[in-house]
Write a protein that binds this ligand. Structure first.
Ligand SMILES: *Cc1c(COP(=O)(O)O)cnc(C)c1O
Length: 231
């Protein structure tokens, strides 16, 4: 290792320790078990040296939002570290569903019937019945992916009972300009009434609030890795 690599490793380890400690503290405050909150390290548009540092630290659960970008960096890393769990957290086009099923271990962004049908078919073909989350557009933002809250129950039933997808939970991204708490509470309510136990919610700016409202995984990028490369 060069001196620089050691510095990167130290910084990344400190960041992971810090975020873990903050999850722990929030969990204690809200009388939850911190071990029930999975940290998904969002590595989109981050240099591979930082991802390698996180792997060196011992972290294994990562999130990426684009199939093509993820396909460029993760197959080699997955060969090296077979216990990596890679989450797709960005919108998925149906023409990339096959690649996504081959590369990812969890798909968090099932948001429309056509995608659900294509995923069910591709998973059956690949023999990979991946756990999936339904993305809910809790703020009903026109530019954002996700099923509207009032359509969620029917869509969950369609995915789970008709298509046989392994629906494990719900995911949301609250509107940036609003308090996240009501959105997290709404997601938790929809999950509870549908018998779903997992909630993927909370990012760098609001993961402690998400823990308060029952997040079972938080997706943290910049607080772990620093600012991302521009698009
Ligand atoms: C980029 C991204 C994150 C991480 O955001 P940060 O603010 O950097 O923590 C979380 N979830 C999704 C869906 C993302 O696209």
């Amino acid at each position: 290792m060069t001196g620089d690599d050691t510095g990167i490793a130290r910084d990344i380890a400190a960041n992971f320790d810090d975020i873990r400690a903050r999850i722990q503290k929030a969990a204690e405050k809200w009388q939850r078990d911190a071990a029930a909150v999975d940290l998904i390290a969002v590595s989109k548009r981050q240099p591979v040296e930082l991802i390698e540092a996180a792997l060196g630290y011992g972290h294994r659960h990562f999130g990426e939002n684009r199939v093509q970008e993820a396909a460029g960096k993760w197959p080699a890393l997955k060969q090296q570290f077979p216990d990596i769990e890679l989450h797709l957290i960005g919108p998925l086009q149906t023409n990339k569903a096959k690649d996504a099923v081959a590369l990812f271990d969890v798909i968090e962004t099932v948001d429309r019937p056509k995608l659900a049908r294509v995923l069910a078919r591709e998973m059956a073909e690949a023999g990979r019945a991946l756990p999936v989350y339904i993305q809910v557009n809790t703020g009903k933002e026109p530019q954002k992916a996700g099923v509207f809250p009032e359509d969620a129950d029917a869509f969950i039933t369609e995915c789970r009972d008709n298509l046989g997808l392994d629906v494990v939970g719900l995911m949301c991204i609250p509107p940036v300009e609003e308090q996240p708490a009501p959105h997290f509470a709404l997601l938790a309510k929809i999950a509870a009434r549908n018998g779903l136990s997992r909630l993927s919610m909370g990012m760098s700016a609001d993961f402690e609030t998400a823990v308060q409202f029952g997040a079972t995984s938080v997706r943290v990028g910049t607080a772990l890795f620093g600012a991302r490369d521009e698009l």
